[in-house]
Write a protein of this length. Structure first.
Length: 446
């Protein structure tokens, strides 16, 4: 199965125009690693299995584990308000009185999540970010709905730092990275420069993005952590082992590991290859057996990470440009199928003859802090115009209009594929009228 992995990886990267990528697989009691391409097209430095990539939101599981260590020690209770540990936490609608630690871990806090405010490089950046959130807008009542919330994980990082009496970075290194033996890891640019650090490549030509680092204030949600893929595999194996590092050091209780892997909230939308439930930090997948993990992305870099405990299997891949989905389809998903026997569902595609729908319940404008959507009816389907906000414009996202057709219930799928897959959206409907458009984030109708 893995004998020709390097050849398959090289060929797929060339076919899909990926600048550089690295892959680590734990299966059959051994670690297999491959790498391809370059970490930076401007310098031509070769990607190796030691290269570190920005792993984006996979960081959230690491932050969740730090929270659960506090739970294990009796220092934090999941169902107490966040303010019990971080009194200055507040949002615009006053919901902080009832927003609990569990709400933040499960993306059900109900306030705007895509707030990427840069509060500086100082050790007080998370405290300043929590102050900035006092104006965070209302999305839904706490606990009412899943809506992916980066800001909530920044708050969790501030909570961890406050309870431990130091910075999030120091807690991460002392409580997880070092005990795990994660040698190829970086939490700040001055650490990443000691490795073959990947640069993000953007646009159709795959040019190196002009800015490498993102705000430290968003580090607990995924803006700064860099890892070689093997370190994500190592982290995943700790959960398979019930909270034990490779040397037998206990990092989490078995109860906390089980809680993190247990579904807490359903995710609106089309299930299958995407997560249909969320645990305490983990994405959970219905693939015919227990599968958990998390995806991540920064500007021009992407990470995929899955763990299959029943097969003692873990896999992680990072890449530094476009074509990532092609690598998944051509290499990663076949490896998972071959190693675990799981019947991984295919990506959804439009029906040959989609059902004609009345657009009236869905037509309107939906707004979030990062982007907005304008939805209109057309030819029995929907035209959905994405209107990027300032952050999306900075990352090169253009205004686009996409034709969607009905898929199932209140879910719709793009007619034309993009980056190798068909985008999907789901509407949350109450009393016959859509109140949110949902693409992992809930954007309220305005």
């Amino acid at each position: 199965m893995l004998e020709n992995l390097q050849e398959r990886f090289d060929e797929a990267a060339r076919r899909h125009g990926v600048p550089g990528a690295a892959l680590a697989v734990w299966t059959g009691g051994r670690l297999v690693e491959v790498a391809t391409g370059v970490v930076n097209r401007n310098t031509g430095v070769e990607t190796t299995t030691d290269s570190v990539f920005q792993v984006g939101s996979t960081t959230k599981v690491w932050t969740a584990a730090l929270v659960m260590q506090l739970v294990d020690e009796g220092l934090v209770e999941l169902d107490r308000p966040v303010g019990a540990y971080l009194p200055e936490f507040a949002v615009a609608d006053g919901a902080e009185k009832v927003i609990t630690v569990r709400h933040l871990l499960t993306h059900t806090g109900g306030f705007d999540g895509d707030l990427f405010e840069d509060t500086g490089r100082g050790d007080d950046c998370l405290d300043k970010y929590v102050d900035f959130l006092h104006d965070a807008g209302h999305v839904h009542a706490p606990g009412a709905l899943f809506s992916y919330c980066n800001a909530g994980y920044c708050v969790l990082g501030a909570l961890v730092a406050r309870v431990r009496g130091t910075t999030w970075e120091r807690v991460m290194r002392e409580r997880l990275l070092d005990p795990l033996g994660a040698t190829h890891s970086a939490l700040l640019p001055e650490e990443a420069i000691l490795f073959r650090a990947a640069a993000g490549h953007v646009g159709p030509e795959g040019t190196v993005h002009h800015k490498w680092d993102m705000p430290r204030s968003n580090a607990p949600a995924g803006s700064t952590m860099c890892l070689a893929p093997r370190e994500l595999v190592r982290f995943g194996r700790m959960f398979v082992a019930g909270g034990l590092a490779e040397d037998g050091t206990r990092l989490l209780s078995e109860e906390s590991v089980a809680a993190m892997r247990t579904g807490q909230v359903e995710v609106p939308g089309i299930s299958g290859l995407l997560a249909d439930r969320w645990g305490l930090g983990f994405e959970l997948f219905d693939w015919g057996g227990e599968v958990y993990g998390h995806d991540g992305g920064t500007i021009g870099q992407s990470t995929f990470w899955r763990v299959v405990p029943g097969a003692d299997f873990a896999i992680a891949m990072s890449a530094n440009g476009g074509g990532f989905l092609g690598l998944l389809v051509d290499v990663v998903l076949p490896v998972i199928r071959e190693a675990t026997g799981l019947a991984i569902p295919a990506f959804p595609v439009p029906a040959g003859t989609p059902r004609v729908v009345d657009p009236t319940p869905y037509a309107g404008r939906y707004e979030g802090p990062m982007l907005s959507y304008e939805v209109t009816g057309t030819d029995g389907g929907l035209d959905v115009t994405l209107i990027p906000g300032d952050f999306m414009i900075e990352t090169g996202t253009p205004r686009t209009t996409t034709r969607f057709v009905h898929h199932s219930d209140h879910s719709f799928i793009a007619v034309e594929p993009r980056d190798g897959g068909h985008e999907t959206i789901t509407f949350v409907v109450e009393d016959g009228r859509a109140t949110y458009i949902h693409n992992g984030r809930a954007l309220p109708r305005v």
